[in-house]
Design a protein around this ligand. Sequence first.
Ligand SMILES: [Zn+2]
Length: 309
Amino acid sequence: MSLVNTKEMFEKAYIKRYAVGAFNVCNMEIVQGISQACRELNSPVIFQVSPGAGKYAGHEYLKSILEVAVEENNIEAALHLDHGNSFELCKKCIDMGFTSVMIDGSSLPFEENVSLTSRVVDYASRRDVSVEGELGRLQGIEDHVECSDERSIFTDPMQVKEFVEKTGVNSLAIAIGTSHGVNKFGVDSVPSLRFDILEEIENLMPGFPIVLHGASSVNENTVKELHRYGIDIKNAKGVPEKMLKKAASMSVCKINIDSDLRLSITLAIRKFMDENKTNFDPRGYLGCARTAVCELVKNKILNVLGSVS
Ligand SMILES: [Zn+2]
């Protein structure tokens, strides 16, 4: 199978009330682990490359690895640019063969976000590439937003309709309480998502696919184990899986998962290093990380996304 765009993927996900997992990739082992899980469960998948991952591994390298993985495993997959921060980067990825791009103009004033996003949609749609926009600000490590007024963080449903109509985006990332990184909620606060906003958007725009960023669950046992193996992260808290499952059964068609992959990979490697003091073969610990990625993705598909066909 070759790489596809996300339009039909989301149509199917919307009707069948599940979400497609969008996993961040930056090397071969991660791609292989994800691909194997999706092949075993016959699930569609979105591989996404952030600007940072593109800088680390090179967009061309990642694209080539992905093409082999998709062909070999015969999976339905899209190659997506995560958090595209300029028209030029989106264009570069589209020209290179990415099948979907995100243009993140969420930090811009509304009208500027509309005009940047429209420009990308115009270029992408003529090449059969899908575009994800973003409206509303997510908190977290990626943008260091500090905002005490919650209305300026959560997405305004009335603006969504206007934004989608003006830009023609194929999907939209919204802010309903998720955040980037592993400290998603305060120490004493109870995790919660604004399902009312999600419902309101669905009523205004039935059939339109919504995207959730910053949607890792930060498994408590994984964090405990990581502490045992010497990693120092504090107040780690994610979005409970049952909340994400509920979102996937609503209009959310794409759920982004990055931090959970990072945590699983780091735990697998730390544990392997600890238990195999004489090993100095990278295939040992990287192979172990690949298996951990595969297990994590299978659990996500079965327990959160519901994307088993
Ligand atoms: Zn994001």
